[in-house]
Design a binder for this molecule. Structure first.
Ligand SMILES: NC(=O)c1ccc[n+]([C@@H]2O[C@H](COP(=O)([O-])OP(=O)(O)OC[C@H]3O[C@@H](n4cnc5c(N)ncnc54)[C@H](OP(=O)(O)O)[C@@H]3O)[C@@H](O)[C@H]2O)c1
Length: 332
C-alpha cells in the first residue's frame, strides 16, 4: 500500500555483475534522481522499451539502479518550477525516464520541469497513459507525415507491427483522419481486433527476399513501420511517389538495406520518428491533438490489460516474444 513520499513501491532495475536484476522495492523520495517537480503517480503503461529495460534484452538504462518505466501520469505533489502547482494533472513520457533518471513504475516520480506536459484538455490521467509513449509516437508520426504532405489521396497507409501499442493507435488515428489503413501483422487471428480499430485490410507480413528489385509495384500511399529490417526495406520499394514512411521501431531488426532509387525516382521520404526528447512546442502540440482531433476512438479495445505494480514483473517476456496485442496499463 502507498503511504506517501517516504514509503512507496517502485519497480527498480539493478546491475549485479553483468546481470540485470529488476526488483519491486520500497523507496523514499530521497532515493529518486533530482528534479523540480514531484509527481504522485496514478497510471503508467508498458512500452516495448520497458520490456527491453526490465529483461536486459536491450541496454536501455545508462546508470543503475534506476526505477524503470518511460511513462507516468499523475498529479503534482510539489514543484519548485513556477509553471506547475500542487494538484496539477500532468504527463511525462520519455525524457530520460528509465534511461538516465528514475522512471514511472513507482508511486512517485521526480523530474525536471521541462519534461512535464500539462494534461491536455480532452484527456484524463488513465486515458493519457492508455495512449502513452506508444500513442504519442503514432500521433507524432501522423503529424509529421502530414507536414510532409501525406494525404489520403496518395493511397493506403501500411502499418507494420500492427497489433502492438504503436501499431494499434496508428491504425485508430490514421483511419479516423480519413486514410485507408492496411494492417500488416504476424499474428493469425488478429483480423477482428485490427478491423475493429479501423483497418480496412489486414495482411500477413509478406515473405521477402533481401536484395529484391529496387522498385516494385506501388502498394501504399505511406507507411508507419515498427519492425525495421527487410520489412522496412520492402516498404521503401512499394510506397507511392511522394509518399512518406515513418520509421518508428525495430521490433524485428535494427538493420536497413535498401537503395536510393525510391528516394530519387519516386520522391519517397523516410522520416525518422523519435519520441523521447521532442522539442517542447511540438510535444505540446501533439498532445493537444491527442486530446482533440487525434483522440483515439478505440482505446477501450486497445487497452487489453490493466495490472498493478505487483503484477508488473510478469508482464515483460510476452513483449520480447512479440506476443502482446494492444496496450497494458499499470495502476500506480
Ligand atoms: N521511435 C520512437 O520514439 C519509438 C516510440 C515507441 C516505440 N518505438 C519502437 O516501436 C516498436 C513498437 O513499439 P510498441 O511499444 O508498439 O511495441 P509492442 O507493443 O511490443 O509491439 C510490437 C509489435 O511488433 C511486432 N513484432 C514483434 N516482434 C517482432 C519481430 N521479431 N518481427 C516482426 N515483428 C515483430 C508485433 O506485431 P504483429 O505481431 O502484429 O506483427 C508486436 O506486437 C518497438 O521497436 C519500439 O521500440 C519507438
Amino acid at each position: 500500500m502507498l503511504t506517501g513520499m517516504n514509503d512507496f513501491k517502485a519497480f527498480r532495475v539493478h546491475l549485479e555483475g553483468e546481470r540485470i536484476v529488476p526488483r519491486l522495492e520500497r523507496l523514499t523520495l530521497d532515493d529518486l534522481s533530482p528534479g523540480d517537480v514531484v509527481i504522485r503517480g496514478a497510471w503508467s503503461g508498458i512500452n516495448y522499451k520497458d520490456a527491453l529495460a526490465a529483461t536486459g534484452k536491450g541496454r536501455i538504462l545508462r546508470r543503475y539502479p534506476l526505477v524503470a518505466g518511460i511513462d507516468i501520469a499523475g498529479t503534482v505533489e510539489t514543484s519548485s518550477d513556477p509553471r506547475f502547482r500542487a494538484g496539477d494533472a500532468v504527463v511525462v513520457i520519455g525524457a530520460g525516464l528509465s534511461e538516465v533518471r528514475d522512471g514511472g513504475f513507482a508511486g512517485f516520480a521526480r523530474v525536471p520541469g521541462d519534461s512535464v506536459t500539462p494534461l491536455p484538455a480532452g484527456l484524463d490521467l488513465r486515458t493519457a497513459m492508455a495512449i502513452g509513449t506508444a500513442g504519442f509516437t503514432a500521433a507524432l508520426a501522423l503529424h509529421r507525415m502530414e507536414q510532409n504532405d501525406q494525404r489520403p489521396e496518395l493511397g493506403p497507409i501500411a502499418v507494420t507491427g500492427a497489433t502492438g501499442g504503436v501499431g494499434s493507435v496508428a491504425i485508430d488515428i490514421f483511419s479516423r483522419r480519413g486514410y485507408q489503413v492496411t494492417a500488416l501483422t504476424r499474428k493469425a487471428g488478429a483480423e477482428a481486433y485490427l478491423r475493429g480499430l479501423g483497418a480496412s485490410a489486414v495482411e500477413p507480413i509478406p515473405a521477402m527476399a533481401p536484395g529484391d528489385k529496387p522498385l516494385e509495384r506501388v502498394r501504399w500511399g505511406g507507411a508507419v513501420d515498427n519492425v525495421g529490417g527487410e520489412l522496412l526495406a520492402w516498404l521503401t520499394r512499394t510506397v507511392a511517389p511522394w509518399g512518406t514512411i515513418a520509421s518508428v521501431g525495430m521490433a524485428g531488426s535494427a538493420g536497413l538495406s535498401t537503395t536510393v532509387m525510391p528516394f530519387i525516382l519516386r520522391g519517397v521520404s523516410l522520416l525518422g520518428i523519435s519520441s523521447p526528447d521532442v522539442p517542447r512546442a511540438l510535444r505540446l502540440a501533439v498532445w493537444q491533438r491527442l486530446g482533440g482531433d487525434l483522440r483515439p476512438a478505440h482505446l477501450d479495445r486497445i487497452v487489453t490489460r490493466e495490472v498493478s505494480l505487483d503484477e508488473l514483473p510478469g508482464c515483460f517476456e510476452a513483449y520480447i516474444a512479440g506476443d502482446v496485442t494492444g496496450r497494458t496499463l499499470v495502476r500506480l
